[in-house]
Design a protein around this ligand. Structure first.
Ligand code: ADP
Ligand code: MG
Length: 701
């Protein structure tokens, strides 16, 4: 079946196809005995342990369902600290009499798995000789079928209890924020059992032609181009953003949607992004852990579907210099099991007071834990993006909009707010004006923007597992809500105490609010005056993960132990150093084997022409000048190669020192060599140049 036919068939059957590869509530209800279904629901909702007999029944029903859909294998699907997902496939077959097999899947295989975990990074948490780790089913995230394999979303821990993945701390942070938010809501007279963090991750990506990709070792080995002079046309015409989608890309998007829908992922919006060849997929928001599972899955599906359409999907934060990089906007809010979004300003005075208190908690959290938010988005890839022209700067600040900004100013000054009544604002009594949702003058330059009923954190990189970001965010907000609840529970006069608290905290943390242009040159100067952090690189940020205040906060909320934080810090620093090392080695390889030889060959050809012309008495000044220029640049380039090699040889062993060294010494060496190589590209015959140029990569899709 041709691609178009496949997607046409899909669009005709969306309701039927949606979630068809997911063992969701609908399937459970249909396939499980009533008692089993109820026991499972209880586990999902209250986190109670699943009894073995129930697990056996569930496993068997899952297997039958999966086999009917063509599955032959099962896997525990988990998110180790590499940032990608991991799986090890086991088939359902089990030997039976007379050399036959039966398809079998037991409760204990569903509930617990033991991948040989020795090769996953643990940051010193687990010596390889005691490699045993286990995966445990997260029943709140549905099992699904991918590549004929039943995938069971799981958490990954060591036998000594340390967490080895990104999902477990996420679930813990969600519990923490729920617990503290429920305490606060109780003070407002509300009985709420659970508050859930919700996330809608907008995913940016590039699509390039597979044949071009295959000719670029830098893209293959590092995910980004290490060389490439700017194309004569970049994104300056701003004609790509939301522009008409080209037919091949359109076919890809339709196919992608179809695959995502089958997996129960609410892919909602597909559009072109700012840079040429750049696009975005935005899903409808979901409960945090499910949204993150789905985002991890979506990234994988994007790559697969791209391949089918002759594309490669690039998820790197900065595949091309000089045009926009890719981010993953983390839209975040918290809402109650009674359906109330706690970041939605209400219409009545009392709901306004509650909204203001939660808003204050987020403001205080972002100010006091700007370090953690910055750390959560730190990586070698994202360093190119944060602070570059299009992206949010490396400074964490918040945008609340004019309307809410005016409300906040009035609160701080205790002055009249310009509403119709012109009364001094009295929290809990005066209704706030209707704050328009999604107001159109949204500040695109702010890293953390209030967008009407949620916050949009724009710093995460496109390739990230955003569990890290949301762990930090949930934990920080939980900590502030805990402090607020402690104070307000003790208060005699709730209304007066609330009023005092909100004004005091907003006054104390107002410095984090910045409604101006985050890309302007004045902002870093102003931010420094305000005492805000501006950590430009990953090695600047990461050492602060283990700052005492952070260790204490995570411990207080039962999210991370000290050694779990230390291990994560170690892994991230090591990953940074390794990434830059690989990039530097790849650069050297390309320079020595492709770029310098191409330059030598071409200048040699020019010299031959000059000599030949001279023989017959023709002057060849242009050829001579060009041959000279190329020769000079080649000489400079081979010096730069030598210098970079020298630098690489001197890299220190110790992880933290190595990370700093790679940032301060190796990256500048790579950039110096690239500068010369890119200049050579413009002097050498295109036919001699060893790989596709930026123009080829970005404009021929
Ligand atoms: P944008 O703000 O980029 O113009 P939208 O307003 O459509 O786009 O929303 C962006 C993302 O925010 C979507 O993924 C959407 O589902 C998500 N979102 C909306 N409401 C919430 C919420 N309460 N919690 C988390 N994410 C949300
Ligand atoms: Mg957005």
């Amino acid at each position: 079946m041709s691609k178009t036919n496949a997607s046409e068939t899909c669009s005709a059957r969306i309701p039927e196809l949606f979630g068809s590869m997911v063992f969701n509530d609908h399937v459970m209800k249909e396939r499980l005995p009533k008692g089993t279904y109820q026991a499972l629901r209880q586990t999902m909702e209250l986190g109670t342990a699943l009894d073995t007999q129930v697990a056996d029944v569930v496993a068997n029903a899952m297997k039958d369902w999966a086999v009917e859909k063509g599955a032959t294998h099962f896997t525990h699907w988990f998110q180790p600290m590499t940032g990608v997902t991991a799986e090890k496939h086991d088939s359902f077959i089990s030997p039976a009499e007379g050399g036959t097999v039966i398809m079998e899947f037991k409760g204990k295989e569903l509930v617990k798995g033991e991948p040989d975990a020795s090769s996953f990074p643990s940051g010193g948490l687990r010596a390889t000789f005691e490699a045993r780790g286990y995966t445990a089913w997260d029943p709140t995230s549905y099992a699904f079928i991918k590549d004929k394999t039943l995938c069971i979303p799981t958490a990954f821990c060591s036998y000594t209890g340390e967490i080895l993945d990104k999902k477990t701390p996420l679930l813990r942070s969600m519990d923490a924020v729920s617990k503290e938010a429920c305490r606060v809501l109780k003070l407002f007279g509300k009985k709420v059992n659970r508050v859930t963090a919700t996330i809608g991750p907008e995913q940016e990506y590039f699509l390039i032609n597979k044949e071009d990709y295959a000719k670029r070792p830098d893209l293959i080995l590092t995910g980004r181009t290490l060389f490439g002079a700017p194309s004569p046309k970049g994104q300056e015409m701003e004609d790509h953003y939301f522009g008409a989608i080209r037919p091949r890309v359109k076919a890809f998007m339709e196919d992608l949607d179809c695959e995502l829908w089958k997996l129960g992922i609410y892919s909602k919006t597909e559009h072109n992004e700012v840079a040429p060849a750049q696009h975005e997929m935005a899903p409808i928001f979901e409960t945090a852990n499910i949204a993150i599972d789905h985002n991890q899955l979506a990234m994988e599906v994007m790559k697969k579907v791209a391949d089918r359409h002759g594309f490669v999907c690039l998820l790197h934060e900065k595949p091309f210099e000089g045009v926009n990089g890719s981010g993953k906007h983390n839209n975040w809010s918290i809402s109650t099991d009674t359906g109330e979004n706690l970041l939605d300003p209400g219409k009545t005075p009392i709901s306004n007071a509650q909204f203001l208190l939660f808003l204050t908690a987020v403001i205080k959290a972002v100010d006091e834990y700007q370090d953690l938010l910055r750390i959560s988005v730190a990586s070698a890839g994202n360093d190119h993006r944060l602070g570059a022209n299009e992206a949010p700067p490396a400074i964490v600040s918040m945008y609340v909009g004019d309307e809410l900004g005016a409300v906040i100013d009035a609160l701080v000054e205790g002055s009249a707010y310009e509403d119709s009544s012109k009364k001094v604002m009295d929290i809990g009594v005066t209704a706030l004006p209707n704050i328009p949702i999604d107001n159109s003058d949204r500040n695109r330059t702010s890293p953390f923007a209030f967008t009407g009923n949620k916050f949009e954190f724009r710093m995460p990189g496109s390739s990230f597992n955003i569990a890290c970001t949301d762990i930090m965010l949930n934990a920080a907000v939980a900590e502030e809500l805990r402090q607020f609840a402690d104070e307000l529970e003790k208060a005699g006069d709730f209304q007066a105490a609330l009023d005092e608290l909100i004004r005091r905290e907003i006054r104390a943390h107002k410095r984090i609010i910045f409604n101006g242009n985050g890309y302007g040159d004045e902002w870093p100067v102003e931010a420094e005056k305000r005492g805000l952090l501006n950590w430009k690189t990953t090695p600047d940020a990461l050492p602060h993960f283990t700052d005492e205040k952070n260790v204490k906060m995570f411990k207080d909320h039962g999210i991370y132990t000290r050694s779990e934080i230390e291990s994560r810090q170690e892994i991230a620093l090591e990953e940074y150093a390794k990434t830059i090392r690989i990039e530097a080695l790849t650069s050297l390889d390309i320079l020595k084997k492709q770029i310098i030889p191409a330059a030598i060959t071409y200048s040699g050809k020019l010299a031959g022409i000059v000599a030949k012309k001279k023989e017959i008495g023709i002057e060849a000044p242009a050829e001579l000048a060009q041959a000279r220029e190329i020769t000079d640049k080649t000489t400079a380039l081979s010096r730069a190669v030598g210098a970079l090699e020298e630098k690489l040889n001197q890299a220190p062993e110790e992880t933290a020192a190595a990370a700093v060294y790679y940032a301060k010494d190796v990256i500048p060496g790579m950039e110096a060599a690239r500068g010369i190589a890119d200049a050579l590209e413009l002097l050498v015959d295109k036919k001699e140049w060893p790989f596709p140029t930026y123009g080829d990569l970005l404009f021929y899709v």
